[in-house]
Design a protein around this ligand. Structure first.
Ligand code: NAD
Length: 393
């Protein structure tokens, strides 16, 4: 019997295994992941801000596939892929050989080599880092009552990408509760968002982007655009000679793929590998790369699609079909992606959305937060079958 090894139990890896089990594929499937749980990265900012708990966004991987006899879940850390030996080198177990490989190892925080960023910034990339950022912020806000240090009430969010904006939305929503809990003056909280580029939320039309910016500004956020961060100190962020002091620095300036990609000798850029049109790796007919470690060129403009849960799920569906095709000696199919839209939440009750389902819709306010639930639950989760797939059947 052939062995399919899937690396990573994020949206891409989980969906691949679920899809394969639904296709009654005649192969042993080994799913390898560092943690015993899957977490919904699209909701990590809520855990970081404290509006959700880890249990709300995590699912036990072994339970999910407990009834699938041909699926083995192995909890271990992947060190590298030995492409010549067709095996996976693991931290705690002996190497595992594969006939087919689906590499879906996901993302890590990007620091662009900026001095002090990894030492002094709090990234939001997984449950542990989200909880660490939350504990640091709450301890710092709590300390103000004793310290009276204004920097204890200052928060800097680095970068103004999706993660930053969604985190800002949650944190301004939660701030009144935190002020009450820890007895600090809410009107003295200062939140700065520092962005290198000239625009905030440039992927939305100007009307929607401005609405979101004003929504956050009204709730105490100050945006600084065209302000590249050049250094992160223990209690401040530098943009060339300009210093922004704060005792909480959230590091959300972007992500790159897993370091395992570079360690395994793939031809890559920021640990992303540009894949062939059937999602295989050039020169490696038995390997697929999907999710945040892969780069898929958009045929309309030649640029790589942004990494999202939506595209990861669509890739997983394509890979499952292509694996079955390969095992049956049939040709693989091309990956075609149709984005359903983009939603950016601003706390639990507001957001902006640009949706391409049943026409084109530009939404803002509470209706966009409903749309996020709809896109998240219906498109990302139900259409992608994540929610369904995470419940044992
Ligand atoms: P991102 O790359 O989208 O945004 C990072 C931001 O940080 C950019 O605006 C960049 O200009 C800025 N930046 C980088 N270096 C800087 C510096 N030195 N100084 C100041 N600013 C700097 O990263 P992200 O927000 O972590 O998102 C990662 C991926 O996940 C993206 O592809 C994103 O589309 C996706 N995502 C999507 C959603 C959603 O669809 N709702 C939510 C979260 C993440």
């Amino acid at each position: 019997m052939k062995r399919i090894v899937v690396l990573g139990a994020g949206y891409a890896g989980m969906r691949t295994v679920k899809k394969l089990t639904g296709m009654n594929v005649d192969a042993q499937i080994v799913l390898i992941n560092k943690n015993p749980y899957h977490y919904q990265t699209t909701e990590l900012h809520e855990v970081a801000a404290g509006t959700k708990e880890p249990a709300d966004i995590t699912f036990d991987i072994a339970n999910t596939f407990a009834k699938k006899k041909n699926v083995q879940v192995l909890i271990d850390e992947v060190i590298r892929v030995d492409q010549n030996a067709k095996s996976i080198v693991l931290k705690n177990n002996a190497p595992i050989r594969y006939d087919y490989l689906v590499n879906a190892l996901g993302f890590e925080s990007e620091t662009f080599g900026i001095p002090g960023a990894s030492e002094n910034g709090w990234p939001l990339i997984d449950i542990d880092t989200a909880m660490a950022a939350r504990a640091h912020l709450e301890n710092t806000l709590k300390r103000y009552k004793r310290s009276r240090d204004p920097n204890d009430l200052r928060i800097i969010v680095c970068g103004a990408g999706f993660t930053s904006i969604e985190y800002l939305g949650e944190i301004v929503y939660r701030m009144p509760k935190l002020a009450k809990k820890y007895g600090f003056p809410r009107n003295q909280v200062k939140i700065d968002c520092i962005e290198a580029g000239p625009k905030i939320l440039g992927m939305f039309n100007q009307n929607l982007a401005q609405w979101a910016v004003r929504y956050l500004e009204k709730r105490g956020v100050t945006f600084h655009v065209s302000t590249p961060i050049t250094e992160v100190r223990p209690n401040s962020v530098m943009s060339n000679d300009q210093e922004f002091p704060a005792n909480t620095i959230i590091w959300t300036t972007g992500v790159h793929g897993s370091h395992v990609i570079a360690d395994s000798g793939y031809e890559q850029k920021r640990n992303r590998v540009v894949v062939a049109d059937d999602l295989r790796v050039a020169g490696q007919p038995d390997q697929f790369l999907i999710g945040d470690v892969s780069g898929v060129p958009n045929p309309e403009n030649g640029r790589l699609y942004p990494t999202t849960a939506q595209i990861s799920i669509a890739q997983a569906d394509c890979v499952a079909e292509n694996l079955v095709a390969l095992m049956n000696g049939q040709p693989t199919k091309k990956f075609v992606f149709k984005a359903l839209g983009t939603v950016c939440s601003l706390g639990p009750k507001a957001g902006i959305a640009s949706i391409d389902m049943f026409g084109h819709w530009s939404l803002k306010g509470w209706i966009a937060s409903v749309a996020k639930k709809f896109i998240a639950d219906r498109a990302v989760l139900e259409l992608g079958n994540i929610r369904t797939m995470l419940e044992s059947d």
